[in-house]
Design a protein around this ligand. Structure first.
Ligand code: ZN
Ligand code: ZN
Length: 551
């Protein structure tokens, strides 16, 4: 025990001596090895801003004050940290505030952070980057960071844009959605420095695809769910359209690409050589642009396999009739190319013509079902009133969806109780307006149709009150009416009313010629398909085969 009590002080003295030696040795080493903090002072002393003054944090304080004034209710700590960290880093690197742009922000994001009080982990989060960009945006607005072309160049039009959206009659939810996407787009344009006057589809597509860490106001300062690509595209396009209309941006430049030229030529070929109507041309061009990108740009290099792929490799969801349109349009397009000498003429025969499915009687519904559908329209709402008028035009007059879609106010001849129908191709005709159809139309015009300068009869019930984009939307209305009424036995599409009218007319004794007149068929053979309807009736009147009778 006694020995250990003497060893204790001796050991401590030895330890003290050893530490002295270590410290004196360490003191001789270059400072850089000692600590990273000191190494910073060493490098900082080499950089332009070698002063030891602390960075100017008043900018961060002003930024936070600005956020608080603009309703930052959530976590301000991250904003504060990002702002002070960024200012500290700028100071450390000797980067002048006036030279800050997105590339500096990206350098800040990538720096190997050994700054006191800040963590490298935090630096790598999306929210941190968004906060940093927000600070930069604030400093740009305040004039501390100059922006070529002016910081508020696009933003200045946001207020007017909101007014314009409200003026168009959009609901609050819709206009707010459009507006916030426009705000987003202009924030993105600014920090990605795309402030030129030539914002085209390519720029919009970049915006649509970007990974969002934009400096935009979000709920409670949190990153909101990123908006979908569809919303971004629609919002940006709408805003760009507005800016173009005001002359802020240049009008859309038609691309000089040969593909576009070819489509234009196809359009005029359809019109001049084939006498196609505007609606047919629209459909054909729409179909061509759907798959043209899958083909090589030079038609001379087309081969049979790639053309067949256009027809065969289609989404499962496409209906038989849609595939038939692909075949028809592809054949027409190949004939057009070979007429111009751009592809081998034999290619036009590579795709065989699409045949109609069968010569079966078209699918139809009984008269009672048709009446049930008409009665199911809820005439207490504007949508119901409009839908009833549409259904009655289809059911009583056998109009095609395209006829209903194209109907204009001057086509309604109230004085003579007639309706002027443009018809398929170029065969206009006058039809008598039955009492219930006339009443439904009048109810729609007086009670449900939005007040606008449009002369199309049927318009959307939601803003913007424009006509439907195509006749396909009339078919959409029919399927919604059927779904609401819970009628599932009727085939979808608006043509079912036309087929049912024909079938029911024949069943009640009308002649095929009469049916053909009502349906405005130009060829008698088109109507003969309905002749099969009489098989059921014939079976009722047919005499039994004299089976058991003796000869
Ligand atoms: Zn750092
Ligand atoms: Zn974004």
């Amino acid at each position: 025990m006694g020995a250990s009590s003497t060893i204790g002080p001796l050991f401590l003295r030895f330890l003290g001596l050893l530490l002295d030696i270590i410290f004196s040795w360490l003191a001789k080493l270059p400072l850089a090895f000692l600590s990273t903090r000191r190494s910073y002072h060493l490098t900082a002393s080499l950089s332009p801003s070698s002063d030891r003054r602390p960075p100017d944090y008043t900018l961060a304080t002003r930024f936070l004050g600005h956020l608080a004034k603009n309703g930052l209710t959530g976590d301000g700590r991250v904003h504060k940290s990002a702002a002070r960290h960024f200012l500290f880093w700028l100071h450390k690197r000797g980067i002048a505030l006036s030279s800050v742009d997105e590339s500096i922000v990206q350098r800040f994001r990538r720096h190997r952070c050994r700054c006191p009080r800040y963590s490298a982990h935090q630096l790598s989060t999306d929210f941190y980057l968004s906060c940093t960009r927000r600070l930069v945006r604030h400093l740009e607005d305040a004039g501390d960071i100059p922006v070529a072309g002016g910081a508020g160049y696009i933003d200045a039009h946001l207020n007017d844009y909101a007014g314009d959206l409200i003026g168009e009659g959009y609901s609050q939810v819709t206009w707010r959605g459009h507006y916030s996407e426009a705000e987003h787009f202009s924030a993105w344009l600014r920090f990605s420095r795309q402030l030129g006057r030539d914002i085209d589809d390519r720029v919009i597509e970049q915006f649509v695809q970007h990974r969002c860490r934009c400096p935009i106001t979000r709920k409670r300062a949190k990153l909101a769910e990123p908006t979908g690509q569809k919303h971004r595209r629609r919002g940006a396009r709408h805003f760009v359209g507005f800016l173009r209309a005001r002359g802020v941006l240049q009008p859309a430049v038609v691309s000089e690409a040969s593909e576009d030229h070819r489509i234009e030529a196809f359009r005029s070929w359809l019109e001049r050589q084939r006498g196609a109507t505007a609606e047919t041309i629209r459909r054909y061009v729409h179909e061509v642009t759907r798959w043209l990108c899958k083909l090589p740009s030079d038609p001379a290099t087309y081969d049979a396999a790639m053309l067949r792929d256009i027809v065969l490799k289609q989404p499962q969801s496409r209906s038989r009739s849609s595939v038939r349109i692909t075949v028809t349009v592809l054949r027409a397009y190949l004939r057009f190319l070979s007429a111009r000498g751009e592809c081998r003429p034999e290619l036009a025969y590579v795709v065989p013509p699409a045949r109609r499915r069968s010569k079966k009687l078209p699918r139809h519904a009984a008269q009672t079902t048709i009446e049930r559908i008409v009665a199911s329209c809820d005439t207490t709402t504007p949508v119901g009133i409009r839908d009833k008028a549409i259904i009655l035009l289809l059911a009583r007059l056998g109009l095609r969806a395209g006829d209903v879609w194209a109907l204009r106010l001057p086509d309604l001849d109230w004085a003579n109780g007639r309706i002027h129908v443009k018809g398929k191709g170029r065969r206009p005709s006058m039809l008598p307006l039955p009492q219930d159809v006339g009443e439904a139309l009048l109810a729609y015009l007086l009670q449900a149709r939005p007040r606008t300068s449009e002369d199309r009869v049927f318009l959307r019930v939601l803003a913007p009150f424009r006509p439907f984009a195509s006749s396909a939307e009339i078919a959409g209305i029919v399927s919604r009416v059927l779904a609401r009424a819970g009628i599932s036995e009727v085939p979808t599409g608006s043509h079912v009313f036309r087929h049912s009218l024909a079938t029911n007319m024949l069943r009640s004794g009308a002649s095929l010629d009469a049916v053909g007149t009502v349906l405005r068929h130009s060829h008698r053979s088109t109507t003969t398909i309905y002749a099969k309807v009489d098989t059921a009736m014939l079976q009722r009147v047919v005499q039994p085969w004299p089976e058991g009778a003796s000869c």
